[in-house]
Ligand binder design. Structure first.
Ligand code: VL7
Length: 135
């Protein structure tokens, strides 16, 4: 049985988000706002089916996927690119690869205790975020 990521998770730390956004080509003004945000993730998991919602006061973003099934993701309201996305298990970690214009793009989630970890990568930049379970 895979780990269950379902729940509401509130960001408690965010390292190197600025560099990640620069790598994605996000403009200065948007980065200044985005760097102030404390996103909340609401994850709904049913076995290998996921909905990950990221909420902020500025923008929201939702992605839905099944493990191992590649799909076209449009990063709407973020960097607005089309990528071919697939998410797989690596033991209890969720490993996402986003193939497209930007090389080495993707993210990895894992859980330790009541904390949700997220590493988001673009090129040689890695942003490390931690979320605490709130519901
Ligand atoms: C998704 C943001 C920067 C634009 C707004 C910043 C606020 C919050 O990959 C991600 O999550 C995965 C794993 O949980 C599921 O989608 C991170 C946010 C990346 C990229 C672009 C700055 C504007 C964004 C909605």
């Amino acid at each position: 049985m895979p780990t269950n990521y379902s729940g509401t998770w509130d960001m408690t730390s965010n390292e190197n988000f600025e560099s990640y956004m620069v790598a994605l080509g996000i403009d200065f003004a948007t980065r200044k706002i985005a760097n102030m945000l404390k996103p909340q993730k609401v994850i709904e998991q049913d076995g290998d089916s996921f909905i990950i919602k990221t909420f902020t006061t500025f923008k929201n973003y939702t992605v839905s996927f099944k493990i191992g099934e590649e799909f076209e993701e449009v990063t709407k309201a973020l960097d607005n690119r089309k990528v071919q996305t697939v998410v797989n298990w690596d033991n209890d970690k969720l490993v996402c690869v986003q193939k497209g214009e930007k090389k080495n793009r993707g993210w990895t989630h894992w859980i330790e205790g009541d904390e949700l970890y997220l590493e988001i990568t673009c090129g040689d930049k890695v942003c490390k975020q931690i979320y605490k379970k709130s519901a």
